[in-house]
Design a protein around this ligand. Structure first.
Ligand code: ASP
Length: 501
């Protein structure tokens, strides 16, 4: 016992540990930032880092030379990567550096961006993320099949399903409305000067092209048709959560219609699977502080705070909207619909929130959200359905952010948005947030659909790309909080909370 104590370095509760790791990670990232201007050139004889360059010129035989500015560093690297081996042998790469004139390289073997210790920690964060994602699918499958089997009654399942989806749609629409009101009152787009707007558009031009290409054509009808998997094993293998939810609920319900001796072994099997996965979450959470430290350090190191200052009003508008939704709307729902103690809710949910913030992924946070739901006293038959569904389709934070971003971009471009345009945003952003995959950075891709629906130029996302990572962290936190709020409310409405709350 005494021996064990000596090794207990971490006596703080796990969420405090994660919080400390987050702060330390941010400081570490600030101390070792990635130089976002420098470039590393590798030739057969040397590897040189060019720190401050103004222009780079690529000269190729029998062609006009191509000029790149510092702001288009990624364009330069992408251009180089597309060159064939022979072309790389022939090119001359010339940099204009203010301090010591010109530097010339020929031939060029590789071009890359410099890293920093903080950014190099990223694999530790990715490892932690992978561990969580590894657990998510078997956990959902196990708990949901047992959950559906214990509900048994088809009418009860249909009732909970309808309530959950209804709740998700209403809270999402409220989130966008809050976003629109905040954006219309604060008018963050009017604070951006035309000069800054031009600079941002130039810097992120290439990234916009990449995002627009990624844009999935979201079709509502297809979305519903595709909820039914043609092959459940394929759905499990590819981690398609909606498909898995459908199959697991169906499977669990059918089990209740079988003779007991046939159904029991299956139920026991999936029950053990779910319980083992929950145990796995606990084990993985032991390394959460290290994973979170690495994730935050890498983000802060590669994230330019200068852009944050440029877009401060936009960022503040999103933060204010998210806060209003989290500290006014959810508590209101918890109090009125569930009579659930707000303090207890936020104390337990904090763990999932911290993880959502540091991973920017509702899917990766799902195993921890399920653990939190258990601690809140929600029956597994309810949370095992409400949470995976919520992680996939309920994104209040993303929807709220899409509302603000759309108005912000319209304001910068001077496009007036009348009431009907804003109502269109409410509808389309609700659909777009449903279609947003619960992984980092998808919200901004789905934003393109919202922009197109009201005629705002999609290139406008260039204005906000630079701060999207930090806002992704914040909106994911709200997404996860929304799912947990729903679990409490649905459980209370089914009288499932009485014992534990
Ligand atoms: N990262 C978000 C989530 O996982 C989705 C997004 O808005 O990009 O919930």
């Amino acid at each position: 016992m005494g021996k064990q104590r000596r090794f207990q370095i971490w006596k703080l509760p796990i969420h405090t540990q994660i919080l400390v790791a987050m702060v330390l990670g941010a400081l570490f990232g600030l101390a070792f930032p990635v130089n976002r201007q420098a470039i590393i050139v590798k030739t057969p004889v040397e590897e040189a880092e060019i720190a401050a360059w103004q222009e780079a010129e690529i000269w190729m035989p029998a062609q006009d030379s191509i000029l790149f500015r510092t702001s288009s560093r990624s364009e330069l690297i992408r251009f180089f990567r597309k060159l064939s081996f022979e072309q790389r042998q022939q090119i001359v790469l010339r940099f204009r550096v203010p301090t010591d004139g010109q530097r010339e390289y020929h031939p060029v073997v590789a071009l890359k961006v410099p890293s920093s210790i903080a950014a190099d920690l990223k694999p530790i964060g990715t490892l932690f993320l992978n561990l969580l994602k590894m657990i998510a699918i078997p956990l959902v499958l196990g708990t949901l099949i047992v959950g559906a089997a214990s509900l048994g009654d088809l009418r009860k399942v249909a009732r909970i399903g309808t309530k959950t989806i209804g709740f998700y749609l209403v809270t999402t629409a409220v989130a966008i409305t809050i976003g629109l009101v905040v954006a219309n009152v604060m008018e963050p787009g009017k604070t951006l000067s035309p000069e800054l707007s031009r600079q941002l558009r130039e810097t992120f031009r290439e990234d916009v092209v990449a995002k627009v290409q990624q844009k999935a054509d979201f079709n509502v009808l297809d979305f519903f048709v595709n909820i039914v998997p043609t092959n459940p094993f394929e759905a499990i293998a590819s981690g398609d959560m909606l498909n898995i939810v459908f199959f697991a609920v169906f499977f669990g319900l059918v089990l209740t219609a079988l003779p007991k001796e046939k159904a029991q072994p299956m139920i026991h099997f999936f029950d053990s699977l779910g319980t083992a996965m929950i145990k796995m979450v606990e084990v993985v959470m032991l390394i959460a502080p290290f994973g979170v430290f690495a994730l935050i350090a890498a983000v802060v190191a590669s994230f330019g705070f200068d852009i944050l200052q440029t877009l401060i009003w936009y960022v503040l508008a999103v933060v204010l909207g998210l806060l209003l939704h989290a500290v006014v709307f959810y508590p209101l729902l918890l109090k009125t619909l569930a009579r659930f103690p707000i303090r207890k809710f936020f104390k337990e949910v904090e763990r999932a929130q911290l993880l959502a913030f540091s991973t920017s992924s509702s899917a990766a946070t799902l195993p921890v959200s399920m653990r939190v739901a258990e601690r809140l006293g929600i029956p597994s038959s309810i949370y095992s359905f409400v949470l995976p569904l919520g992680a996939t389709i309920n994104m209040d934070g993303t929807a709220l952010y899409q509302g603000i971003a759309a108005v912000f971009i319209a304001q910068v471009y001077g496009i007036p948005l009348d009431l009907s345009a804003q109502l269109t945003i409410v509808f389309i952003a609700t659909m777009a947030s449903i279609g947003t995959a619960p992984v980092p950075g998808v919200g901004i891709i789905m934003l393109i659909i919202v922009l197109q629906s009201v005629g705002i130029p999609e290139e406008g996302i260039a204005l906000i790309l630079g701060v999207d990572r930090i806002l992704d962290m914040l909106r994911t936190t709200l997404n996860v909080t929304g799912d947990l709020t729903a679990s409490v409310v649905i459980a209370a409405s089914e009288k499932g909370l009485a014992k534990a709350a």
